[in-house]
Design a protein around this ligand. Structure first.
Ligand SMILES: Cc1cc2nc3c(=O)[nH]c(=O)nc-3n(C[C@H](O)[C@H](O)[C@H](O)COP(=O)(O)OP(=O)(O)OC[C@H]3O[C@@H](n4cnc5c(N)ncnc54)[C@H](O)[C@@H]3O)c2cc1C
Length: 437
């Protein structure tokens, strides 16, 4: 989906990576870059799910919102991810209970399934065409992981999710045509979708409410004050309040947001269309799957019956130049029957990891808000984040504050050593997964 040639974009314009999502995106306009001085109630920096969800909630409440996006709507992780609607957070509720206390766990637990509901409301309210399918599952690769899934089921039920189904032994082959697993936990309330089309649909919804989006407009500097002043190459924007939503793609504008997080890459391949019969033999009920390994594999079918398969983590960067060389062997380990199938697309993207794997929400100088660091599971939590940011900006703060109060530490080793130390830690956990201990 290239920008029309009559758009006046700078020569360094950033376009979508050559993903299956970009190739199958719904028609959308290329928006102009900011080229003048403007002002608004709220400026949102970044048009991924965090930024778009915040902007749309705020516009629904009648605020004048302008979004500044460095590249295109959904250019970052939101337009490239596995599309899996996974409930809750990257740390489970029992860890939150142990580390931060029962009260914090209850506050976060009450919101653990809300991001999912926000997405479904958006799709229904604005008629967004994004291939929504119901159901995702977690696949255990050994007995220890299956035991962890039993625990996970009991835990989530305690926090109100009654849509879970555990399949032990061979029963899981009802859902996945692979002999790699020892069982699966299905979350019938989860699902999957075309994430770039969800982003484009929310962008159009925002514009229908009077919101404005400038693409190809990276924010180069932010000057605190009332109003806050943001500068791009082409113009200046003054806003009473700001939402920083650049996540792993933000660099240099607010170093304080980068200190306690680390960008990580992960990679996806998409096969040629498999045809209905082969596709259904892999995933008979069209579930999205992620396994329970520390460095997990995740996959699902697309609407045109391709297998979209992702995996791996590259600490500090987007990763290998030979994506197919890295991900195809993972796919064949799960589905050896695909050995003669061609890969049509391969791409990578960055997500933002925090040390405790919980998202970072906060406010700087009373009027610059941020939400970031979903640590690999962000499709649902970004949508919750947008709702909470709109709440805190319009007078309801206790739900935003439940996240903002979580303590966050820098990664051990600082900027120089955090990458090799994290890789070493991952190697340790990966080895345990391989040995099933
Ligand atoms: C390959 C991959 C697979 C994933 N799979 C899943 C999955 O299946 N399920 C799941 O729950 N999560 C998944 N995730 C994580 C999830 O995609 C992210 O957590 C989520 O999309 C983050 O959204 P965001 O809006 O915060 O950030 P992003 O979507 O990265 O958006 C940030 C935006 O800010 C813009 N920006 C940055 N700096 C500036 C600036 N200075 N000025 C203006 N704009 C700026 C960027 O261009 C970008 O568009 C995956 C991530 C990746 C990379």
């Amino acid at each position: 989906m290239a920008a029309p040639s009559d758009m006046k974009h700078p020569p360094s314009a950033l376009e979508y990576p050559a993903s299956w999502y970009a190739a199958s995106a719904n028609a959308a306009p290329a928006r102009p870059a900011l080229s003048t001085d403007v002002s608004c109630d709220v400026c949102v920096v970044g048009a991924g799910f965090t930024g778009l969800s915040s902007a749309l909630h705020l516009a629904e409440k009648g605020l004048k919102v302008i979004v500044l996006e460095a590249a295109r709507v959904g250019y970052g992780a939101s337009g490239r991810n596995g599309g899996q609607i996974v409930n809750s957070y990257s740390r489970d509720m029992d860890v939150i209970e142990d580390k931060y206390g029962v009260e914090t766990a209850r506050a976060l637990g009450d919101m653990a399934f809300e991001g999912n509901r926000v997405i479904r409301e958006r799709i229904a309210t604005y008629g967004i065409q994004c291939d929504l399918r119901n159901g995702n599952l977690f696949a255990a690769c050994n007995a220890k992981q299956l035991e962890a899934l039993r625990h996970h089921q009991a835990l989530w039920q305690r926090y109100g999710n009654d849509q879970l189904e555990l399949l032990e032994g061979d029963a899981y082959q009802r859902e996945v045509g692979s002999d790699r697993y020892t069982g699966v936990l299905i979350d019938h309330s989860g699902g999957h979708l075309h994430p770039l089309n969800l982003a484009l649909g929310q962008a159009a919804a925002l514009e229908s409410l009077g919101g404005v989006i400038y693409e190809q407009s990276p924010v180069l500097s932010l000057e605190h004050g009332a109003p806050v002043t943001l500068k791009t190459a082409g113009g200046t924007l003054r806003a009473d309040r700001v939402v920083m939503a650049g996540n792993a793609y933000m660099s240099g504008v607010m170093p304080e947001l980068e200190r306690k997080s680390m960008p990580c890459g992960t990679q996806i391949i998409t096969t040629e269309p498999l045809g209905e019969d082969l596709a259904r033999s892999l995933l008979p009920n069209d579930m999205a799957v992620e396994d329970c390994n520390y460095l997990l594999d995740y996959y699902r079918l697309t609407r045109d019956n391709r297998l979209l398969y992702g995996g791996g983590v590259n600490y500090g960067s987007e990763g290998s130049a030979d994506i197919e060389g890295v991900i195809r062997p993972k796919m064949l380990k799960t589905f050896p029957q695909l050995k003669d199938i061609k890969v049509d697309y391969a791409w990578s993207g960055n997500f933002l990891m925090t040390l405790n794997r919980l998202p970072q929400f906060g406010v700087i100088n009373d009027n610059v808000y941020y939400a970031q660091g979903y640590s690999g599971h962000g499709v649902t939590c970004t949508h919750l984040a947008g709702r909470l940011i709109s709440e805190v900006m319009t007078g309801r703060d206790e739900r935003f504050d439940a996240f903002a109060g979580l303590p966050h530490q820098p990664f051990p080793g600082g900027r120089m050593l955090r990458v090799p130390l994290s890789a070493l830690g991952a190697w340790y956990y990966e080895t345990r997964d391989r040995l099933g201990i």
